[in-house]
Design a protein around this ligand. Structure first.
Ligand code: FES
Length: 186
């Protein structure tokens, strides 16, 4: 992996390089299509940067890559490869330490679950807080765990007002066997 390669502008490789299916069976797409509304601001038209050989991202796996001060999560989901910030949309824990099932990743810090494909929160964190639409959610404890004492004062207020935003996508393509991500210029 390199976090300094950049500037490749070659065409997307039309052939498939991973996840080849048996003849006659449908193939999983190489790169996930994501709604433009979920694009990271500034990523449209941003230069693509090569970050990882496609062979180093196992099917169904996640890999953290860094570029400058950006930590990014590459995930191989059934819809293909996608890239988001490697920061939980709740309190910024690295999602790459979580568990990926299909499109859903579990955050290891407060048990939030997030859909990498739709960008939506599937399960709010144990701390509660505001969802992406600003609706409030109460703290909760995982089944079988005793309720945790809630902090008082400003800490409780900070939890209550922390909004879990939708995950945003960085455009991805594969060129000459390398996964490239469009990264907005600073
Ligand atoms: S930091 Fe991920 S759920 Fe809180």
């Amino acid at each position: 992996m390199s976090d300094t390669q950049g500037g490749s502008s070659g065409p997307q490789v039309p052939g498939r390089e991973r996840g080849a299916a048996e003849p006659g069976l449908p193939q999983a797409p190489l790169v996930a299509l994501t709604p433009p509304s979920l694009a990271v601001p500034g990523s449209a038209g941003a230069p693509f940067v090569a970050v990882l050989p496609v062979a180093d991202l196992p099917a169904g796996g996640m890999v953290r890559v860094s570029h400058g001060d950006l930590d990014l999560l590459l995930a191989s989901v059934p819809a293909g490869i996608l890239a988001v910030d490697d920061r939980c949309p709740h309190m910024a824990a690295p999602l790459s330490l979580g568990r990926l099932e299909g499109c859903i990743v579990d955050c290891p810090l407060h048990n939030g679950r997030f859909d990498l494909c739709s960008g939506e929160t599937v399960r709010m964190p144990t701390t509660g807080g505001l969802d992406a639409n600003g609706a409030p959610h109460l703290p909760w404890s995982p089944p079988g765990s005793p309720p945790k004492p809630e902090p008082a004062g400003l800490k409780a207020e900070a939890r209550r007002l922390t909004r879990v935003r939708r995950l945003r996508h960085y455009p991805v393509r594969v060129v000459d066997g390398m996964i490239e991500i469009a990264i907005p210029l600073p």
